[in-house]
Design a protein around this ligand. Structure first.
Ligand code: ADE
Length: 252
């Protein structure tokens, strides 16, 4: 999978994507990341990339011509590269969207700055607009990194041969169960005994119940979307009863 990132700040990408799992994925040739400085596609002496908005108002708007030339330089190598504009006005990014995008081989990621881009960039060059959350960042660069990270995890081999992104939180719309490692006893706080029992079916049942408990407490909105078995529904009923008993015990 290839990402061509169109940005005014290519140095922002130097380290974050080259460490750890993504760094190894690049080394293995599973992903390719190239940053392209939009300023290099200006034709004037001062390399101007922004201008005040027509009609007046605050701030500056990114000009259409340098972006057009930058997009076209990538598209001249691959006309079907999927072009995404990172913007708080875009479609909310989530695990389902990351999975869907992971089937595409080549992306152009346009990172906006200032008050955004001239509207004609959107009309003429953008296939999809994506937001990573309802807050405004200083630019699309961090959002592009989030997208690259989440999408790359779905490429076979990126997480290692024995792991898959399908096991993570949000697969089947549940949060993950709690994890423990040594020591067994940390300052009196102990690992649940069942995890030391060697009884695999008891461990699986405990994990499923804790995933359901955690989801019902933290993200009850996800339970409506989850594919729950009859056993899950029974576990959930036990959890809800337990919660009610605990609330009553606390005098709430
Ligand atoms: N650029 C600025 N804020 C953003 C956001 N929340 N998501 C994507 N791109 C952005």
């Amino acid at each position: 999978m290839r990402f061509d990132i169109l940005t005014l700040f290519p140095n922002m990408f130097a380290s974050p994507l080259r460490e750890s799992i993504l760094g190894k994925a690049i080394e293995k040739g599973l992903i390719q990341i190239q940053t392209i400085n939009i300023r290099d596609f200006t034709l004037d002496k001062h390399q101007v990339v922004d201008d005040p908005p027509y009609g007046g108002g605050q701030g500056m708007v990114m000009k259409v011509e340098p972006i057009a030339r930058a997009v076209e330089s990538v598209k001249s190598q691959n006309p079907s590269a999927w072009t995404i504009y990172l913007t708080p006005q875009g479609k909310p990014f989530n695990q389902d969207l990351a999975r869907r995008l992971s089937t595409q081989p080549h992306f152009i990621l346009l990172c906006g700055r200032y008050e955004g881009v001239d509207e004609r960039v959107r009309d003429l060059f953008i296939d999809e607009e994506i937001s990573i959350g309802d807050y405004v960042l200083t630019g699309g660069e961090l959002a592009a990194m989030v997208l690259i990270d989440a999408v790359s995890r779905f490429i076979p081999g990126v997480l290692g041969s024995d792991r898959s992104a399908e096991e993570d939180s949000f697969f089947n719309s549940l949060l993950e169960y709690p994890q423990y490692t040594r020591p067994f006893d940390f300052r009196g706080s102990c690992v649940p005994e069942v995890l030391l029992s060697g009884n695999h079916s008891a461990i699986s049942l405990w994990r499923r119940k804790e995933a359901l408990r955690r989801t019902s407490l933290r993200r009850p909105d996800l339970l409506g979307k989850a594919n729950l078995t009859e056993e899950d529904k029974k576990l959930l009923e036990e959890i809800l009863q337990q919660n009610r008993r605990e609330k009553a015990g606390n005098g709430i």
